[in-house]
Design a protein around this ligand. Structure first.
Ligand code: ASN
Length: 336
């Protein structure tokens, strides 16, 4: 070893499956491939350049397509991340993940990781066998980001397509193109160029070491479900979720979280029955105004602020482990 060279950071790659670990029949197979077939050691072996930016070790945590991710997977993964980051020998973590629910896992970890050390999620839109597969360069970028001190204390990060995104605000915005990950209006945090991360902004919202949520003693999360708003909306899904024991409902309403006249009585009844109702929007951008499209004070509803429905579900599940008080829950939605 060259004594003049700075010591490389120790980065652990936790592999969970997804298209980054997928394989197809031919080099032009970019749909209809099988996700989660390639193991973590193979992923590492495919990118020998990783050795230039970090001392990398790998662990296979799961091997699934991310549409099959569950609350239990999240609890297992988060506990493993916290155990590893508490060790002096681990400087950062990269999680390889399917892209479908990558933004959800990233936001969950953003709320429950108890460390300032970098945690970076990464996926791929093309399977490992495809021409111009995006997995190897994305993995390389994620590892160099997790190894870089500038990535510390910024919350959980997502490295996709030479860009750095924050867990709270990033979304998958395209079904299949390699540039699917965007932080549309609030903006990505930075770029990775020439093997270096460049940060330009950070989120103002609480995360990681400033978060009040602790999953270390949890083996399950409260049931929270999402009902989707649309013209001619059917009330059956809401009733079924409540009957199945939902403790919270995210109403992914139209526009500014508006509630159809035919749906409102069901939401009011669900709230009276003890379930927490969070108004969110299916639109994807913008603030959901309290007492705007519904009288939230009177109905005792909570609003999701700018969180999309799938992220509002995560925050409500964690918030419900602490309180059922709607004022407290609203404070939480305005702080995370
Ligand atoms: N691009 C992908 O990773 C999609 C895949 N269905 C997954 O989320 O696991």
């Amino acid at each position: 070893q060259d004594a003049a060279k700075p010591k490389l950071a120790n980065v652990t790659i936790l592999a969970t499956g997804g298209t980054i670990a997928g394989s197809g029949a031919t080099s032009t197979t970019t749909v209809g491939y099988t996700a989660a077939t390639v193991g973590v050691q193979q992923l590492i072996k495919a990118v020998p350049e990783l050795a230039n930016v970090a001392n990398v070790s790998g662990e296979q945590v799961f091997q699934i397509a991310s549409e099959s991710m569950t609350n239990e997977h999240w609890l297992t993964l988060a506990k493993r991340v916290n155990v590893l980051l508490a060790q002096n020998s681990v400087d950062g973590i990269v999680i390889t993940h399917g892209t479908d629910t990558l933004e959800e896992t990233a936001y969950f970890l953003n709320l429950v990781v108890k460390s300032r050390k970098p945690v970076v999620l990464v996926g791929a839109m093309r399977p490992s066998t495809a021409m111009s597969a995006d997995g190897p360069i994305n993995l390389y970028n994620a590892v160099l980001l997790a190894a870089d001190p500038s990535a510390a204390g910024k919350g959980v990060l997502v490295a996709m397509g030479d860009q750095i995104h924050g867990a709270r605000d990033v979304s998958k915005t395209n079904t299949s193109t390699p540039d699917a990950f965007k932080t549309t209006e609030l903006g990505m945090l930075g770029y990775i160029q020439g093997s270096k991360p460049y940060f330009y902004r950070v989120s103002t919202r609480k995360h990681t070491v400033d978060s009040e949520f602790d999953i270390s003693n949890l083996s399950a999360l409260p049931q929270v479900d999402i009902v989707y708003g649309y013209a001619n909306m059917n009330t059956v899904a809401l009733d079924a979720f409540i009957a199945a024991g939902a403790k919270g409902i995210i109403h992914a309403g139209t526009g500014d979280g508006s509630v159809a006249a035919r749906v409102k009585p069901g939401l009011v009844a669900a709230r009276k029955g003890g379930a927490i109702i969070v108004r969110a929007s299916r639109v994807g951008q913008g603030i959901l105004a309290r007492n705007g499209e519904a009288n939230d004070d009177e109905l005792d509803f909570v609003v999701a602020d700018t969180l999309n429905p799938q992220k509002a579900r995560i925050l409500l599940m964690l918030a419900l482990t602490k309180t059922n008080n709607t004022k407290e829950l609203q404070r939480i939605f305005y702080n995370y």
